[in-house]
Design a protein around this ligand. Structure first.
Ligand code: SAH
Length: 215
């Protein structure tokens, strides 16, 4: 089967699994996942599975990318913060659905490769920073939406503080990275009032605390 048929099949699988937002499906269909995976996994680029990338990290499973992106309820006016750039795939999908993406990654090596992919794909509305995602990006706050793509044992309070008061939504996996019991949580902030709701179980790499490992 060629990449085109694999891509079409994956998008159909995502729709059948509950990713019904056509803008999200279209953004994923137009984002060439084969450019975000390691060469040795090229044949699995459009398989519905997470794949290893360098620095011991992973590019998330397409179904999880679809579900988390859909849960953000994005519009083209939104300013979005992503924590955990990794391969850059999730940021590329977000960039097609919102006004601007700010993405933070603690591994400088991963960030450099992701930045090159954004340039090659002419995704000019993504701004990157090497740093500790636990702290968010205070100078650019507030954000309409925040997406965390690594699991934290608790909801990082700095991120909550950087979410807009005006119907802000944050989507993040919460739980012990080693214990296999993480849940994607949706935190909403309206006029300063916080609500949180558990969405579905997942398995993410941990949101590590501290400075970038190789600044
Ligand atoms: N969104 C990515 C998948 C990310 S995997 C993609 O689409 O490919 C999680 C990423 O979070 C890893 O790259 C990891 O290095 C990063 N990460 C973990 N803890 C972090 C922290 N405190 N600050 C910033 N990035 C972090």
């Amino acid at each position: 089967m060629n990449q085109d048929s694999r891509r079409i099949r994956l998008i159909m699988d995502l729709r059948n699994s509950g990713v019904t937002d056509t803008a999200v499906l279209s953004a994923m269909e137009r984002t060439p996942r084969e450019l975000f995976v390691e060469e040795s996994f090229l044949d699995q680029a459009w398989a519905n599975r997470a794949l290893p990338i360098s620095c011991g990290q992973t590019i998330s499973q397409p179904l999880i990318v679809g579900q988390m992106t859909q849960a953000l309820e994005l519009t083209d006016r939104h300013k979005v913060l992503e924590i955990g750039t990794g391969s850059g795939y999730q940021a590329a999908v977000l960039s097609r659905l919102c006004r601007r993406v700010y993405t933070v990654e603690r591994h400088q090596d991963l960030l450099a490769v992701a930045e090159k992919r954004f340039t090659d794909l002419s995704l000019h509305n993504i701004t990157t920073q090497a740093g500790d995602g636990w702290k968010g990006w205070p100078r650019q706050a507030p954000f309409d939406r925040i997406l965390v793509t690594a699991a934290a044992p608790v909801v990082p309070q700095d991120l909550v503080a950087q979410l807009t008061d005006d119907c802000g939504i944050m989507i993040l996996p919460v739980g012990d990275a080693a214990a296999l019991d993480q849940m994607v949580v949706r935190v909403t902030k309206t006029d300063g009032r916080l609500d949180s709701e558990q969405l579905f179980p997942v398995r993410f790499v941990p949101l590590v605390e501290g400075a970038p490992s190789n600044p």
